[in-house]
Each structure stands twice: as C-alpha cells, then as structure tokens.
Design a protein around this ligand. Structure first.
Ligand SMILES: [Zn+2]
Length: 336
C-alpha cells in the first residue's frame, strides 16, 4: 500500500466542503445508475467506477490529495469536478490538454473582439499594440464608429489578469458596443457603462478606462475613469492629460466629466495601459516621459510606424527583463 493510501496523515478537509463533495458524488452515482439501467455503455461504467473510487477515497481520508505531490487539490477545482485527482501543477495529460484547449479558445474569442489593426476614418488614423501577459489579456482596446461617423476609441485595464480579466474585458466590450450607437453625450455614456458594469462585477473588481470621441473636423473629447494619463504629442510639445474620475465598477451612481479640445493635424494622442508605463527593468519604470520621447521622435510617421517604434523602444528598455502585466498602446492621429 502506498503511503498516500493511509488515512489520518492528510490535511483535514473542511466539513462543509466534505459534505458538499459527498452530495455531488452521490448525486452523480444516482444519475449514472439510472442511465445504466436504461442503457449499458462502457463509458458510463468507467464513470461509475471513477465516482465509486472517489467516494472510497472520501471515506478513507485520501480524497482531495494530489496523487503526484500529495498536497491538497484546489477546493474550487474539486467543486467544479469532484473527480479530479491531481493539483493544478500535476494535471494528467488529458486534463492538461483540455485546459490548454480551453485557453486557446478563450484567446481566439478575445482576438475576435479586437478592432482592425490599421484603422482609418474621416480625418483620423489609429494603430495599436495589444500584448497579453499570458494567453488572454485583461486590457480592453476598442475602436467603434458611432452615429454621424464619429470615431470612439477606448483603452482600459481591468483588475486582474488571465481568464477572469478577459471575461471582464469582454463584458466591457459588449457594454460599449451596445451603448455607443445611442449617440449619448460622452459623460452620459460613461455613466451608463459604469452602472451596467458595476451591476455585473464582484465587489473587488473594477476597470480603469479612457473613452474618447473624435470628429472629422479635429474636435476631440475625452473621459477618463481613473486611468493612467493620456499623452498629446506633437513635433515640438508633449501634454499629459491627467485622469479625473474613479474607475468603473465601484459605485453605480458615479458621474463623470469629459474634456474637449482641438487636435492639430499630425498630432498624436497616445493611450496606454500601465503595463507599458510601469514596465520595469533594473529598478526603473519605463514611465510616461520615455514613452512621450519615443512618440515625439516619430514626427511625421503614420500611427502603425509610431506604435512599432514605441514597442521597439520599450523592448530595448526592458533588455529581455520579464513583463509582469498585459500591455496595450494606442496611437490616435489626426491626419495631415
Ligand atoms: Zn500535485
């Protein structure tokens, strides 16, 4: 008998969890028993065998212990599937493949939510860089043509990364894509988006975000919800646009204010997530100043070139140092 089969030497499972899992397993046993009474199938028999083995382990005290490292299997995973026998670090090949397939699918879904890479409309041209830390990103990046051919652009950053972050990102995408066609004033659009988002997130979740609207004549309006500043960069000047307003997802009744200004031809508005400005190498952040300098050096270039040059500058700053966050950079340029 392997050491792990001896009861009494494992971490004790919480009583409520133990009971919930027992209920789940017994319920499965019942359903499988009924199904087997109607039709004989080897797959059903195999499942029943696995359920019985799990119930036996639950009785013997070895349930919920990873069969590879003998540490506890994550509670949430047991509740999602009471038949799991390995911790996340030691998934069986089949489970690992299923998890990878899930992630791949999530990444495909997320990439379909992103706008066209090189975006042009009346008087404006936009390019962006979108790099998840893992397979999927918690950054939100969007370009939407609203009523009267106005261009809406959005860069946001949700709390958390990975799958949970990407779910919030897709929620934001649906909210803004549904609200923008209504042609609301920008501050009202943000108010409604925040109200819907707050109603559908956990209390610990929020998103910082900048939403802007550009018109063919060069007028530009911006509204920020606690996001890192935006930069207005021309050949000879850099202006930092500070954020006012709290992040989305905190208070349903929060109001927002927007600011409007005119963009001169050839000027670039630079939006980014803090994964860019706080990229870190040798005790130093990349920072706004470095980013602004990189953009200013690209005077006369189209947004796709500006973005590519900024990413090169960021990479040379990092010098191979690891990234710790999702990264998004967007350049909105008034065409000359
Ligand atoms: Zn393990």
């Amino acid at each position: 008998m392997a050491a792990r089969d001896l009861p009494g030497q494992y971490p004790q499972m919480d009583d409520a969890l133990h009971l919930a899992l027992r209920h789940q397993l017994e319920h499965r046993r019942e359903v499988l028993g009924e199904a087997l009474a109607k039709t004989q199938g080897t797959q059903l028999m195999q499942l029943l065998h696995e359920v019985d083995a799990a119930l036996e382990r639950l009785e013997g005290g070895s349930y919920g212990i990873c069969e590879r490292c003998h540490e506890s299997v994550e509670d949430s995973r047991l509740l999602a599937d009471p038949l799991v026998r390995f911790c996340l670090d030691h998934l069986g090949q089949k489970e690992q493949e299923a998890l990878e397939k899930d992630l791949e699918l999530a990444a495909q879904i997320q990439s379909r939510l992103l706008p066209a890479r090189d975006f042009r409309c009346d008087g404006w041209q936009v390019a962006y860089y979108y790099k998840p830390l893992g397979v999927v990103s918690g950054d939100y990046c969007d370009l939407i043509i609203g009523p009267a051919q106005q261009l809406y652009f959005i860069v946001g950053d949700v709390s958390g990364k990975g799958i949970a972050g990407s779910m919030l990102m897709s929620n934001l995408s649906a909210i803004f894509r549904a609200l923008i066609p209504l042609g609301l004033p920008l501050a009202e659009l943000m108010y409604r988006a925040n109200s819907i988002f707050t109603g559908s997130t956990l209390p610990t979740q929020f998103a910082t975000l900048i939403c802007g609207r550009a018109q063919a004549g060069g007028e530009l309006e911006l509204c920020s919800a606690g996001h890192v500043p935006a930069l207005v960069v021309s050949e000879d000047s850099v202006r930092e646009l500070e954020s006012h307003g709290l992040p989305l997802g905190l208070f349903a009744e929060q109001r927002f204010t927007s600011s409007a200004f005119e963009m001169a031809r050839g000027t670039s508005l630079v939006l980014f997530s803090d994964g860019i400005s706080e990229a870190h190498a040798e005790d130093e952040d990349y920072g706004y100043d470095r980013l602004a300098e990189a953009v200013a050096r690209c005077a006369g270039q189209v947004p796709a070139e500006v973005v590519a040059n900024c990413v090169r500058d960021l990479e040379s700053f990092l010098g191979g140092a690891p990234r710790f966050d999702d990264q998004t950079l967007m350049v909105v340029q008034r065409r000359s």
